[in-house]
Design a protein around this ligand. Structure first.
Ligand code: PMP
Length: 413
């Protein structure tokens, strides 16, 4: 992610070879990759050898990480690990089939019940990842010519889902409910879904859910919220941003969230009325035609739900760490985003400046990810700092010290 571009030879130029009249797809991809490398935006996965709480060992180095979505610090909780091991001992590793074949185990059923109960809805349906959940829901709900209105900063999989469904996709400026209303009103005859992240993954701010719910009611549109970054963190008993906004299943009939972030495990679910879930189980292709998540993961996620619902101290600690970070960063004059969630971007603008800042932090033993285009729009590169209940105050202070020591050139104020 933050390593410089590797020394790989890519073909240059824009001509695409192959038989006359036919583009060579592999060469075209290689050219796109080389163009990305030339613009300094190549991204690469870093191999972490060992993770312990917020500490990450990579090669010879031990780094303090501020880049995971393990907001409640549950990923290494002994109860999750014990539940995982118990289920693996009982059930083995793989689920062996799709849910509708013979892949749906008692662990999956119990997790679905717990998730529906936590979010106050009739039923829930598990998906193997959040990406697949969003693709599946949008493909099942929407058809050609239907209208799908989305926040410009929604996660990529919501946008991809609308495209996959062949819907008419209209994207409104970030957080602008009035613009969303105009887009809905412009196509009064079309069946319409308004989909929004509850908490935006790269900005950390919340969607104006109450306004969106009101306009959906007025316009007869269905509201879907992706609460990947809100569940576990916000709302009473961590029930998420929708519950925090005081909205129920009438206002937000389609609620999706993931299990790989605050719940420290993996996978995702959609929750809503029994009729919605029955329909998705029939028509969401990313549910029907894929292997169910391993039962041990479902068992670990169930243990996480129980902890996340009951251990309010994790949310309290996290909120205090967020407040400490924001107060310190404000004193340093850092360009923070308007977020009070654990996602705390430092907005640097220039992609090279963000990369240089991440590299400077790493030399001081901190792992913070530079987020650059195309993940965020051009000119909006940032450090995406994420905090976790696994951090302590001294970790936050250490981060603030390192940010204070960044060279002036990488901290435009
Ligand atoms: N929605 C949002 C808002 C996300 O941030 C993400 C992933 N980061 C997803 C969906 C996809 O979830 P998953 O990683 O489980 O595929």
């Amino acid at each position: 992610m933050i390593e410089p571009a590797p020394n790989v030879a890519f073909p240059s130029g824009s001509a695409v070879g192959g038989a006359p009249g036919r583009a060579d797809l592999l060469q075209r991809l290689a050219i796109q990759t080389s163009e990305r490398a030339r613009s300094g935006l190549l991204r690469r996965a870093r191999t972490i050898d060992h993770a312990q709480g917020p500490w990450l060992e990579t090669g010879e180095r031990r780094l303090l990480g501020f880049c995971s979505n393990d907001y409640l610090g549950l990923a290494q909780h002994p109860q999750l690990i014990a539940a995982f091991k118990r289920a693996a001992d009982d059930e083995g590793v793989g689920s062996t089939a799709a849910h509708l074949l013979c892949g749906h185990r008692r662990e999956h059923a119990e997790l679905e019940e717990a998730l529906a109960d936590w979010t106050g809805r009739e039923r829930a349906l598990l998906f193997s990842t959040g990406y697949m959940a969003n693709l599946g829901v949008l493909q099942a709900l929407l058809g050609r010519g239907d209208l799908c209105v989305q926040d410009k900063l929604n996660h990529a999989c919501l946008l991809d889902g609308a495209t996959l469904a062949g819907a008419v996709l209209r994207r409104y400026p970030h957080g602008d409910a009035a613009a969303a209303a105009r887009q809905l009103a412009s196509e009064p005859g079309a069946a319409a879904l308004l989909a929004s992240d509850g908490v935006f993954s790269m900005d950390g701010d919340r969607a104006p859910l109450r306004e969106l719910a009101a306009l959906c009611r007025r316009e007869g549109a269905t509201l879907m919220v992706d609460d990947a970054h809100g569940l576990g963190v916000l709302g009473p008993a961590g029930a998420g941003s929708v519950a925090e906004a005081g909205l129920g299943s009438r206002e937000v009939p389609v609620l999706m969230a993931t299990l790989g972030k605050a719940l420290g495990s993996h996978g995702a679910f959609v929750t809503g009325s029994a009729a919605l879930i029955e329909g998705l189980a029939q028509f969401a292709r990313t549910y029907v035609y894929t292997t169910a998540m391993p039962p041990a993961l479902a068992a670990a996620a169930l243990a996480a739900v129980q902890l996340a619902r009951t251990e309010d101290w994790r949310r309290g600690k996290l909120a205090a760490l967020v407040a400490r970070f924001r107060a310190g960063a404000a004193q340093l004059g850092l360009p923070l985003a308007a977020s009070d969630t654990p996602i705390q971007p430092v907005l640097l603008g220039d992609a090279a400046a963000a990369l240089a800042a991440a590299q400077a932090l790493e030399t001081r033993g901190l792992l913070v990810v530079a987020i650059r285009p195309p993940t965020v729009p051009a000119g909006q590169a940032r450090l995406r700092i994420t905090l976790s209940a696994a951090h302590d105050e001294e970790h936050v202070d250490c981060l603030l010290d390192a940010l204070a020591a960044l060279p002036r050139a990488v901290t435009p104020v």
